[in-house]
Write a new protein. Structure first.
Length: 128
């Protein structure tokens, strides 16, 4: 109990969040009088210095306000990508595609290499 309280106090005093991963998916909107539309949806994964994790779902729909995206975000959270990759990561499991806070903060993870399809782990000079 004291360990959890000290972690909560430490996070309130020294909160430092880092973007550790982004996943791209599609959000499908079913409309009554038109065909179904697909919009780009991005799942941003954040982790704190103390190990707390959360996600933010952003759906990019041109000419629509953002406050109507709550229902679509719920659909994205029910998708297979979120349920198989992001949800286990939220509950504390490690994932090869999502680095930890220490890897990103310390410069051991290179997002540009990850986008190119190469190994995203940056090696030190003595490790090469």
């Amino acid at each position: 109990m004291i360990r959890f309280l000290s972690r909560i106090v430490a996070e309130l005093i020294w909160s430092d969040w880092q973007l550790v991963g982004t996943f791209e998916t599609k959000a499908i909107v079913e409309e009554k009088y038109r065909t179904n539309q697909e919009y780009d949806a991005y799942i941003h994964c954040f982790e704190s210095r103390w190990g707390t994790r959360y996600t933010r779902v952003k759906i990019y729909r041109p000419n629509y306000p953002d406050f109507g995206n709550y229902v679509l975000a719920r659909r994205v959270r029910r998708s297979q990508l979120f349920q198989t990759k992001v949800y286990p990561w939220l509950n504390g499991r490690l994932d090869d595609d999502i680095p930890s806070f220490q890897k990103v903060e310390g410069g051991k993870w290179d997002f540009l290499k990850k986008l190119k399809g190469e190994s995203a782990v940056v090696l030190n000079d003595d490790e090469k």
